[in-house]
Design a protein around this ligand. Sequence first.
Ligand code: SAH
Length: 469
Amino acid sequence: MEALPVFLNVRGVRCLVAGGGEVALRKARLLARAGAGLQVVSPKISEPLGELARAHDGVCERRGIVEEDVAGACLVIAATDDSAVNENVSHWARQRGIPVNVVDQPALCSFFMPAIVDRSPIVVAISSSGASPVLTRNIKELNEIMLPARIDRLARLLGSKRGRVKRRIDDFAGRTVFWESVLDSGIPELVYAGRESEAAGEFDRLLEEARPPRGEVWLVGAGPGDPDLLSLRALRLMYRADVVLYDRLVSAEILARVRPDAELIHVGKGPEMHSADQYAINELLLQHAGKGRKVMRLKGGDPFIFGRGGEELITLAEAGVNFQIVPGITAASGCAAYAGIPLTHRDHAHSVEFLTGHLKDGSLDLDWPALIRHKHTLVFYMGLKSLPVVCGQLRRHGMAGTMPAAVVASGTTAGQQIVAGTLASLPELVEKGEIKPPAIIIVGEVVKLRGRLEWFRSSESGELSRHKN
Ligand code: SAH
């Protein structure tokens, strides 16, 4: 983050605006809306700006700005058209640690003014740290569209009830669950439809009936890495979880989308995980759910594909804990899509099979002859170490050395790497490329379609792009 977003209470506090034109007026309006004590200093001050200051018990001084003006202010905005004056104001303020914003001159600012969506008391502030004002405006528009017009009234209604809720439900977790149930109820819609007294009545009824929260476990697939591949439901639950137990494969970008005050617990499950570790995870799930918390078990890819999701669910079901399962995009689908390899194709593959390449005592216990089928794609998870074994065994059991095969590592992320070759050449290519896990191996005629599809993720920019070769 390039700057710390905060909401400053400037009610009754002296805020200095240097400048008297249109831009100064815009900034002064914002300050006035937040209840600031306005001091406008400039040789020329426009009529509307003068009026605004008067209407808010502010002062207008028609003269050049001096260092003392800045020294006595709590916040300074320079909006003059004289760059030397702007520079001086910035210098004087920064010397004293007084927050200063110089319009359109980021280098002279100690704080930036965000774009805002104002449905007070709900205020959304948006900044691109100067990178793209147009993008910022787009995001503002999106928020304007998404936020119901009467969300201010909903916020006021909820705010007016906080004291009562605190008296009725004495633990924090219980209150959180109650507030969530309010937002999930028909109350917001009643407020948005202008039926506020009905909404207030409904609120009181819900509060009367409030029970201690019941714990729940959500087994959620986080997809292969790109946060854009999270499902809407996964995202929604990520905002609601009290505690999140996550795997080694869940990326930092995805974890950043979890509610900030949720407890994050890393249960670094790797291919070498022992059943004792799995037992400890099951115990943790039960323990947290037993305290009435909403527990998210966040797993890479899909929880039911090489994710031991089934084992965790059986424990929960036996203990009578409520649970939900949210599927995720599994590594094979994500990697294949981002690498431009269709896993099935009418001409080249009529079926696809997901396997684990996890070695036990250096060998792989698979029914090799059954894997050698016409028009069939094989995808090996956890197979980087066993790549030579996989390629060797497939050839030994009759698959041609010329069969196309690829390894996709860190698929769908900015660090995605693809190495494509044949059963004969792939192990050496991968070793030379120093490919690191996580990676999957895709074997089948479909691999050669990759070039034809012209989709690829540039390894330099990490961006998904469409290029004509
Ligand atoms: N439940 C997960 C798989 C867990 S097993 C899923 O549905 O995807 C872990 C294996 O998944 C890794 O060893 C690797 O083979 C594969 N994998 C997970 N994320 C990957 C990624 N971003 N790129 C390539 N392979 C990945």
